[in-house]
Design a protein around this ligand. Structure first.
Ligand code: ATP
Ligand code: MG
Length: 337
């Protein structure tokens, strides 16, 4: 019975081409958890406006992320899949949340510090879009609108889920409400997949260097070669260690795609050399990409036919939570229209 199931929400920002890290860190768990939870999954296209983006690029990203979710195993009979911008409540909820936060707590977010540092110029604040600072409040809004219990994300988003818990608690205390305090669901293997060219940095779809990431829509042969060229160390001994981020990253990718533990992978490869490990990882990545890309082709042309059902259901759920908070805050608009 859906009513008795706990709720799950998660989204991916349509800022670029989805990476293998987005799959391993987030989508894989969304797929695994959709049987157990009442699931809401979205394409965070409002979040994609945080940094400048060309309209044509955004349009294409939105469409291919929707199709990729389906290709990776999101099942429309189990999951409510929608575009964030189709559900109007997100924008208004964001404002209600935003007015319940301080600039101090938002500017302490690690993601804001990292991303704003990269685009800071001698003019300082003038090059930092406000959306970068406000990004977490929209994410808090996304979660509270579905009164979710669990948020499958990579480790980089843990802090934003913690902020959501704090704000939910704050709203509950101030307005006598009952928002749930959500928990992040972070995978045991693959919570932080690293860049292939600098394994001390996380793999990100917004990384300018295309060699740093495996994109889910990469030509499988190109992806194969990227793995063979992945930066490692020169010891040529395979074991898991913080001092060996490149090798640990390859073992992690292998484990996640093979559904085995990191220790099992370590055992499999500990008498092998780096070349052998890279070929084995490149093979599983290539096979994985061929499989999802075949399914992707089928879904791509159906996106606009499939999207409204999820948006409608999501809007119903979201409007209920929004109304609850509005009433609590003294914005009771019932029967005014
Ligand atoms: P951007 O560079 O635009 O921030 P991103 O690759 O970080 O892109 P997001 O849309 O911010 O992608 O995040 C989507 C999901 O993928 C989130 O759950 C996030 O935690 C997860 N994720 C992102 N990068 C990694 C990574 N390197 N390893 C594991 N999970 C990741
Ligand atoms: Mg990110």
């Amino acid at each position: 019975m859906e009513q008795n199931k706990k709720r799950l929400i998660s989204g991916i920002t349509s800022t670029g081409k989805l990476t293998l890290a987005n799959y391993i860190g987030a989508i894989k768990n969304m797929v695994q958890l959709q049987d157990k939870y009442e699931s809401y999954i979205f394409i965070a296209d409002l979040h994609a406006l945080t940094l400048p983006i060309e309209p044509k690029v955004l349009e294409e990203n939105r469409k291919n992320i929707f199709a990729l979710y389906l290709a990776c195993g999101i099942d429309l009979n189990k999951t409510t899949l929608f575009f964030q911008s189709d559900v109007m409540a997100h924008g208004l909820m964001n404002w209600l949340v935003l007015t319940s936060t301080t600039i101090g707590e938002l500017s302490r977010m690690t993601q804001f510090k990292d991303k704003s540092q990269k685009i800071k110029s001698p003019n300082g604040m003038d090059t930092i879009p406000s959306g970068l600072l406000m990004y977490p409040t929209l994410m808090v809004a996304d979660i509270l609108l579905y009164n979710a219990d669990i948020i499958p994300v990579g480790i980089d988003q843990k802090q934003h889920v913690e902020l959501t818990r704090n704000i939910a608690q704050r709203l509950n205390n101030k307005y006598k409400l009952d928002f749930k305090l959500p928990e992040p669901f972070i995978p045991k293997v693959g919570a932080k997949i690293m860049s292939l060219v600098d394994p001390t940095k996380k793999m990100s779809k917004s990384d300018q260097n295309e060699k740093a990431s495996i994109y889910l829509l990469d030509d499988p042969e190109v992806a194969y070669k990227k793995i063979l060229k992945a930066v490692t160390d020169s010891e040529n001994k395979i074991y898991i260690s913080e001092d060996k981020p490149g090798i640990t990253n390859l073992l992690t990718i292998y484990s996640a795609l093979k559904n085995i533990s990191l220790e099992e992978s370590e055992k499999l490869f500990n008498d092998k050399n780096y070349g052998e490990l890279k070929i084995a990882v490149a093979e599983v990545v290539k096979e994985f990409l061929i499989d999802i890309q075949n399914k992707y082709k089928i879904y791509y042309d159906q996106v606009f036919k499939l999207k409204d059902k999820g948006a409608k259901k999501a809007s119903e759920v979201a409007n209920k939570q929004l109304t609850k908070l509005m009433k609590g805050m003294g914005l009771n608009n019932e029967s005014k229209f």
